[in-house]
Design a protein around this ligand. Structure first.
Ligand SMILES: C[S@@+](CC[C@H](N)C(=O)[O-])C[C@H]1O[C@@H](n2cnc3c(N)ncnc32)[C@H](O)[C@@H]1O
Length: 357
């Protein structure tokens, strides 16, 4: 049993079952035993790989997007360049290298990184120290001002609540312990959430209060001070008024699917992002939402194929193969091209951002 599993088992024995939200928050962020607190989980030797770790082209395209968006914003000086959950700092390092084509952008950008993991802050420091970043544990601590924000695979790492429709109405899903293992159980009363009455029995609904809060804050900040935020993640889009019934909580360990109720703190836990709900939160705060657009279309519109050709020109045959494979994985429907999506939250004066025209 992992140290965190023992702590959670004892907590449940004392106080009763905990929400899925609390379970996920502890598994990922417990101050001593949380998954992100204790390790760098990225890359081939870790548990999963993200787009910036697949190829430099991903961060470079985002760097060009940031420069173009800064120009649309009227080239504010200074401005806040923020990243939520920067991992190893690879995306931002590639983005800022590409942004060298506009030295004024680099001169006036003030880099702010929102990161809770000490292990990953160290990596970010190694990758980005020349840009003198400031770190924050939460977006609310990032200073005011015109904002350009990037978040890749950040929202999927935030805790979710789960609700199950039963014959007696909606109940919240909780995590209990049967003496041997963690098990899902249901709350005895109706949850404090407005949930649709037309869902079939057995339907599961999810929401992420932390994601909503942060997106609302980003929307407010942009409405007040100008700017844009680019969130790329995997998730679903639903038409307003309809709802996908299904659970998306999943765990990954050593690049393999893992039972989320097993070994909390030792496996990554994520849930699909509900883009429609995030977009609405930003809109309600006074910003506008563009997309989401499939990642493949977004990267192609920004010129990733041309970049791949340019890189291949000076590459060895081996490197050329790797560039082709990375391009395919990032843009194709059988890789990350369709499931991953780009959502932009922007000030209403900005018009359609690059890639969304
Ligand atoms: C899946 S990783 C993505 C890393 C990076 N963006 C990439 O694409 O490689 C999630 C990142 O979010 C950070 N993170 C997770 N929960 C967080 C929270 N509540 N507040 C701030 N950062 C968090 C993790 O430490 C990690 O840096």
């Amino acid at each position: 049993m992992t140290p965190l599993a023992a702590l959670l088992r004892d907590l449940i024995a004392k106080d009763g079952p905990i929400t899925v939200e609390r379970y996920m928050a502890e598994a990922l962020g417990h101050p001593t035993h949380g998954y992100y607190v204790t390790r760098d989980p990225l890359g081939a030797g870790g548990d999963f790989t993200t787009a910036p770790e697949i190829s430099q082209m991903f961060g470079e395209m985002i760097g060009l997007w940031c420069v173009a968006t800064w120009r649309r914003m009227g080239e504010p000086s200074p401005f806040v360049l923020a990243e939520l959950g920067p991992g190893r700092g690879t995306l931002m390092a590639d983005a800022l290298r590409a942004a060298r084509l506009e030295p004024r952008f680099l001169d006036v950008a003030q880099l702010h990184l929102v990161e809770t993991s000490p292990a990953l802050r160290e990596k970010q420091s190694a990758a980005l120290s020349t840009y003198r970043p400031a770190w924050h544990a939460d977006f609310s601590a990032v200073p005011d001002g015109p904002l350009l924000l990037v978040a890749n695979e950040f929202f999927d790492a935030l805790p979710i609540r789960q609700f199950e429709r039963t014959a007696d109405g909606w109940r919240e899903r909780l995590v209990g312990h049967d003496g041997e293992r963690f098990v899902f159980v249901l709350s005895s009363s109706e949850p404090d959430e407005t949930l649709p009455s037309n869902a079939p029995a057995g339907a599961i609904m999810e929401n992420s209060p932390a994601s909503l809060r942060i997106m609302r804050e980003i929307g407010e900040r942009i409405a007040r001070h100008g700017g844009a935020a680019l969130a790329i993640d995997y998730g679903y889009v639903r038409t307003e008024g309809t709802r996908a019934w299904g659970e998306t909580l999943q765990a990954v360990r050593g690049h393999q699917r893992h039972d989320p109720l097993e070994a909390p703190g030792e496996a990554d836990q994520t849930a699909h992002v509900d883009f429609a709900v995030l977009a609405r939160a930003a809109r309600d705060a006074g910003a506008v939402a563009h997309g989401p657009l499939p990642q493949g279309l977004f990267l192609k519109a920004l010129g990733i194929e041309v970049r791949a050709l340019r890189l291949a020109r000076d590459a060895t045959p081996e490197q050329r193969k790797a560039i082709d494979a990375a391009l395919h994985r990032l843009t194709h429907a059988d890789g990350m091209g369709l499931l991953f999506k780009a959502l932009v939250i922007a000030h209403p004066s900005l018009g359609a951002p690059d890639g969304f025209a």
